[in-house]
Design a binder for this molecule. Structure first.
Ligand SMILES: Cc1cc2nc3c(=O)[nH]c(=O)nc-3n(C[C@H](O)[C@H](O)[C@H](O)COP(=O)(O)O)c2cc1C
Length: 333
């Protein structure tokens, strides 16, 4: 690494215990032992996606990752998981160094429980006020993620979040920037704005070590930025949490399903609770169908707008090396 890149990545790399301040954000079904170990062994920082795993499954996944990885890695837990505290206990058992709390505001006691066993806590915050509150109450680092990202997203672009959060927080706090990063030039610019590092998901989803189905990877290689669209809420009564994914038959049917359920509501054929449940359940198991079974028509192909820059299968180490080279070139200009 050039001196300038090393200097700008130093805080983030030291915090993570990695060579580069580059996280591979947890991706449900994709971020399991193989990809996580490959990222960490290549000098980045891999994160296991716990998703809906039970504590026993997470236990086995961490043990298996430890067997493959000779560098530190983290675990991503979804805050609304009904067994969140049991999952934290599993992380404690394995002395996991970093836990990322995703999917909502960390419930009372969760940050404390992670810190109690010596784990570092990374949190997401949609607003500056909430970020400050979480950092005051013990979170060690922050991830800001813009709407370009794949998976569940907020409404604001990464470029705008970076301008709001970095000048206010980055001098005193560790802040990682995520969403829409496909090349090292972008990493360089967020580092120069004060970010401690970056988090990428889409760019790593099709790494050679990723267990994603070949059909899932082919869909990524074919897709352009404009194919990665955010899900749209059709009816104000039926809440839809936006998810960015490649458009396919499933995304079209989701729109039709919302219209159908709204009509049933108008006709008084179903209750509001049942209607909302039907919407919520539409995508149940859909990411697994795409990633594991390769059903790219009906499954959910969660992907960020940077998918257009994912054109072939490469080892995680090659992707990281390319990103770092691009970052160095940009910083030496
Ligand atoms: C297929 C897929 C699944 C994801 N699953 C999760 C998840 O389970 N938990 C989470 O916190 N973020 C999840 N994400 C978001 C990533 O961790 C990461 O923050 C995001 O991909 C970064 O933006 P990018 O896709 O533009 O690189 C997922 C993203 C993708 C593409």
């Amino acid at each position: 690494m050039t001196d300038k890149t090393r200097a700008l990545m130093a805080r983030g790399a030291e915090f993570l215990g990695s060579d580069y301040a580059i996280l591979c954000g947890a991706m449900s079904w994709v971020s399991e032992r193989n990809l996580v170990a490959a990222i960490s062994n290549a000098g980045g920082f891999g994160v296991i996606a716990c998703g809906a795993m039970t504590p026993a499954l997470l236990d086995a996944e961490i043990a298996a990752t430890k067997a493959l990885a000779h560098r530190p890695f983290g675990v991503n837990l979804i805050t609304m998981h009904p067994q969140l505290f049991e999952l934290i206990a599993v992380c404690a058992k394995h002395a996991v160094g970093h836990v990322v709390l995703a999917g909502g505001i960390p419930p009372k006691g969760s940050v404390e429980a992670i810190k109690a066993f010596g784990g570092k806590v990374l949190v997401f915050a949609p607003t500056l006020a909430l970020a400050k509150k979480l950092l005051r109450s013990g979170a060690d680092a922050l991830v800001i993620e813009g709407s370009e990202a794949g998976g569940h997203i907020g409404p604001v672009a990464t470029s705008v979040l970076a301008q709001e959060f970095l000048p206010a927080l980055a001098e005193e706090h560790i802040v990682f920037v995520a969403g829409g990063i496909g090349r090292g030039e972008m990493i360089a610019s967020y580092l120069e704005m004060g970010a401690a590092g970056v988090q990428l998901g889409t760019r790593f989803a099709c790494a050679a070590e990723s267990i994603a189905h070949p059909a899932f990877k082919q869909a990524f290689f074919r897709a352009n930025a404009r194919d990665a669209v955010a899900s749209v809420q059709v009816d104000p009564r039926l809440p839809v949490i936006p998810v960015r994914a490649l458009k396919n038959k499933g995304t079209e049917e989701f729109t039709a399903k919302q219209r159908e359920v709204a009509q049933l509501l108008d006709a008084g054929t179903i209750e509001m609770g049942e209607a909302q449940l039907q919407i919520e359940h539409f995508w149940a198991g859909a990411l697994r169908r795409a990633v594991i079974d390769g059903d790219v028509e009906n499954g959910s192909l969660m992907a960020g707008q940077s998918v257009g820059m994912v054109t072939r299968e490469e080892p995680a180490a090659a992707i990281i090396a390319e990103l770092v080279t691009e970052c160095e070139a940009a910083l030496s200009r």
